[in-house]
Ligand binder design. Structure first.
Ligand SMILES: [Zn+2]
Ligand SMILES: [Zn+2]
Length: 402
């Protein structure tokens, strides 16, 4: 698909952005030709954003004035953003997203400017200043609503979610497929240690922190047998974290051979095809089943397998099902009589992002996190990047503004 550059800050074009999401291709070409010579001249003062307009529609590339942080906001220059599986769900229409929007939420950036009254300290209390390399909680929360007051800031009733909200020109960009991002009030920031490569740390604000939250829910005990279903970014991270928490066995279940091999490098003691699990698990646990299972694929079949594989009194932690699925029949008695704990984990609290970055800092040499970003693309290459990210062989593809 073609890319179109237009200048969004010129007031003559207000009508284009006001009422409709359906941009007219003819208009794009006119704008492009109007500003053909204008683009390079203003590179230094401009910010780039790439707007998702809906499944099957071209990405809309815009150059806008570099946003100014309002009261309580922080302006960040984006260094890199990896493409999460949920970005792919949005792009391919498996879940609804408001358009136009700046997608991308696994972001690392550098602080450029603080707005008046902006918080100048990280989640751990350390000071923040211009030039710091940072990531931040995928959800900005108010701190006052019922959910914020009950340990679920990720479900804040007035949350701003990076890479998910409709783009409003007046509010500024809040997604990762851009050169700059505005951190709104209520965003919890974490500093990134200098030695952590971008490849390692970009996924921390989604996948790694979500698994940190899943680990808390799993309450692993030393010697446990954990099953991890799926060896994408979530599953590989779960294998690594479960292995460091003292599991006797970490059994990864994955259909892809290359991902099964990869899971062994991330701490899985065994890597199996789905139909191999019942017999292997029975042997490993004297027929009891797994103490804890992390379901990281979202597939109904994986949930059904997990229900069979978890032991009496075991914990089933559901992480992958972040897009709508067909309903499935379930005998509730099986949950009751087997004393199962089934918990869903969606997003995370700021403390989990701190844990995620700490985990990566401690263990990124031990597990090949640095190899999981197969390739970086520029903002001009969104189509190629999305296509590459959909390839089952790749775990992560990244976007860098320059
Ligand atoms: Zn994500
Ligand atoms: Zn709230």
């Amino acid at each position: 698909m073609a890319c179109f550059f237009i200048d969004a800050i010129d007031s003559r074009f207000d009508s284009v952005f006001g009422a409709s999401n359906d941009y007219n291709f003819g208009i794009h070409w006119v704008f492009e030709s109007c500003f053909a010579n204008h683009e390079n001249e203003q590179d230094m003062d401009e910010s780039k954003i790439v707007l998702f307009q809906g499944t099957g529609k071209a990405w809309l590339h815009q150059r806008i004035e570099i946003p100014s942080p309002n009261r309580g906001e922080v302006l960040v220059r984006i260094l890199g953003c990896t493409i999460c599986g949920s970005d792919l769900h949005s792009v391919h229409g498996r879940r609804q997203v408001a358009t136009p929007s700046v997608l991308g939420h696994e972001i690392v950036g550098e602080i450029v400017e603080f707005g008046d009254d902006a918080v100048r300290s990280a989640v751990d209390g350390s000071p923040l200043s211009e030039g710091n390399r940072v990531t931040w909680s995928v959800v900005a929360s108010c701190g006052d609503c019922y959910f914020c007051q009950h340990d679920l800031p990720q479900k804040c009733s007035v949350a701003v979610k990076y890479g998910h909200n409709r783009y409003e020109r007046t509010a500024g960009p809040t997604g990762g497929f851009a050169s700059h991002c505005l951190l709104v009030r209520g965003t919890r920031v974490v500093r990134i240690p200098d030695e952590l490569p971008l490849e390692v740390v970009c996924p921390s604000s989604c996948a790694t922190a979500t698994i940190a939250a899943a680990m808390e829910a799993a309450a692993i005990r030393k010697g446990d047998t954990a099953v991890v279903i799926g060896a994408g970014m979530l599953g590989l991270t779960a294998c690594a974290m479960a292995s460091k928490q003292g599991c006797a066995n970490v059994i990864c279940v994955e259909r892809s051979e290359s991902r099964r091999i990869l899971s062994r490098a991330f701490g899985a003691s065994l890597s199996l095809l789905p139909d191999q699990l019942p017999s292997v698990l029975a042997e490993a646990t004297a027929g009891r089943g797994a103490d804890v299972i992390f379901e990281c694929t979202g597939a109904n079949g994986a949930f059904v397998s997990a229900m069979d594989a978890v032991r009496v009194g075991g914990r089933l932690v559901l992480v992958g099902a972040v897009f709508p699925q067909e309903p499935i029949p379930m005998v509730v008695e099986r949950i009751v009589r087997r004393n199962l704990a089934i918990v869903g984990i969606h997003n995370y609290a700021p403390k989990h992002l701190v844990q995620a970055v700490q985990f990566l800092e401690l263990h990124w040499h031990e597990f090949p996190f640095a190899n999981l970003v197969e390739k970086w693309y520029s903002l001009d290459q969104m189509d190629e990047a999305i296509e590459h990210a959909g390839d089952q062989c790749s775990i992560r593809i990244g976007i860098r503004p320059d």
